[in-house]
Design a protein around this ligand. Structure first.
Ligand code: FES
Length: 471
């Protein structure tokens, strides 16, 4: 079976993107003559193939539709509302498959399709009954180099499987002194057999196919889906009715907008923003779970905290969703789905839980006194690393700054950034760096340009934690 790939169906450059009109845009790929629909609104872009679900007819704009959201098939007049991707005629019939719209750094865009769409349907297996104790699920979290290092010291040959992402999953393993000797890169969307009953499949993320992945593990025909870290796992196409679904719940990992000051970034604006984002994320996750109908759902990733003293403000203001919040919402909207909030050390017996979701013996909880969050941290590991980076050769040469921005390649954007090197109290250092970058043409002017532009000041101190101001 062919492995899963992300196929670019249509590319537009920044000029073509700029000339997209509000509402329906019909586009043709000049190379293969295939047609696409791009719908532009104030909430962004949506896209699909210009191909009717009925018998593959071509859509044209529907002149009777005054809202400019509907297209009409030239074959038998089916109508599709591209703002929702639902067919309106016949009513309540089909959904059009959406394509991923990937915005490129240079302002262009690509329409991307993940192929094949439902690879887990290949070679299906009848579920066999699981015995008590046969499959036990407990959550172990590790993703950072220090934990990988501990793992590699205990068992360097532990088999690790990663998807064949364009960007390697493990960067600089050698330099970080992590010695793992059994890393296997596997193709996307193909079952990988571990033994007669156990297999797994890695799927791409629709938004970041170059680096994010999700995974389906199947044992005796029972599927466990883990979508952690994905923005839009497998482009939104996921197996229905899996036995156990695991995902993240918290959000807020970027710390935005708590690191911004000035301009519109008042405390009340930030509080309102974070509140809305939390609500949106919670609803999105709950809807996703409801639509996929797993037998059991477990939110497990997102237990993180901005622990360093210099990040105190972010910790206090960047409120995050809790696993309990999400499960409560799911219980309300989809009472048939059993939810599980795993405590550290808790174990779920999948066989028991599937046979009778109300069986309290299916879950073994740790003693009530078990700690959920750490209360002490070894910051030196990270701070030393950062401090040694500060004295790096690279910062001694002014020209490396320009080299860096040119290498990053982000431009054609009406933004001017001023970067100021500061002490721990964010006061500028007398001999520190202080420069402007104009991202319009990637130049380094000595004063802000006369044209109207967005402007951000970045104050960067040597301690971990950063502060920005914007105008
Ligand atoms: S092919 Fe589109 S309506 Fe029949």
């Amino acid at each position: 079976m062919a492995s899963q790939i992300a196929m670019v169906l249509l590319s537009l450059d920044s000029e073509e993107v700029g000339s997209l009109k509000e509402g329906v845009n019909l586009k043709k790929n000049p190379e293969d003559g295939k047609c696409y629909i791009i719908y532009k609104s104030n909430t962004g872009l949506k896209a699909c193939k210009n191909q009717c679900k009925h018998q593959g007819g071509l859509f044209i704009k529907d002149i009777e539709d005054l809202d400019g959201r509907t297209v009409k098939c030239t074959k038998h007049n089916w109508k599709l509302n591209v703002s929702t991707m639902k067919y309106v005629n016949p009513p309540d019939s089909f959904l059009q498959d959406e394509l991923e719209v990937e915005i490129l750094d240079d302002g262009g865009l690509q329409l991307v399709e993940l192929n094949p769409m439902d690879p887990w349907l290949a070679d299906p297996r009848e579920p066999l009954e699981l015995q008590e104790g046969e499959v036990k699920v407990c959550i172990q979290l590790f993703s950072h180099y220090p934990t990988l290092k501990v793992l590699s010291e205990r068992r360097p040959d532990v088999p690790i499987y990663v998807g064949d992402t364009v960007r390697p999953v493990f960067w600089y393993l050698e330099q970080s002194r992590v010695k793992l000797t059994n890393i296997n890169i596997v193709p996307f969307g193909v079952w990988q057999d571990i033994d007669e009953h156990l297999r797994f499949m890695i799927l791409m993320d629709g938004v970041h196919p170059e680096m994010d992945t999700c995974i389906i593990v199947e044992y005796k025909g029972h599927m466990i889906l883990n979508t952690v870290d994905c923005t839009r796992p497998n482009g939104g196409k996921l197996p229905l009715n899996v036995d156990l679904m695991l995902s993240d719940f918290a959000g807020g990992a970027s710390g935005f907008p708590m690191t911004f000051y000035g301009g519109k970034y008042s405390d009340s604006w930030k509080a309102e923003f974070v509140k809305n984002e939390r609500k949106k994320l919670l609803n999105y996750k709950a809807q996703l779970v409801k639509s996929l109908k797993p037998r059991i759902y477990c939110p497990f990733a997102g237990y993180f905290v901005e622990a360093h003293p210099s990040d105190r403000y972010i910790k206090d203001t960047n409120t995050k969703n809790s696993a309990e919040d999400l499960n409560a919402l799911i219980n309300k909207h989809a009472p048939d789905i059993k939810t599980w909030t795993p405590k550290p050390g808790a174990v779920l017996d999948l066989g028991l839980a599937l046979r009778d979701p109300t069986n309290s013996e299916a879950i073994t909880n740790p003693p009530a006194s078990a700690k959920i969050y750490k209360d002490s941290w070894d910051f030196d590991l990270y701070v030393d690393e950062l401090n040694s980076a500060i004295t790096s050769e690279i910062f001694k040469h002014r020209s490396w700054i320009q080299f860096y921005y040119t290498w990053a390649g982000f431009q054609n954007y009406n933004l001017v950034v001023r970067v100021i090197e500061t002490d721990d109290d964010f006061e500028p250092l007398t001999d520190g760096y202080d420069y402007l970058v104009d991202f319009m043409d990637l130049s380094f002017p000595s004063k802000r340009p006369d044209r109207e532009h967005c402007y951000v000041e970045v104050r960067h101190c040597e301690a971990p934690g950063k502060q920005l101001s914007a105008a």
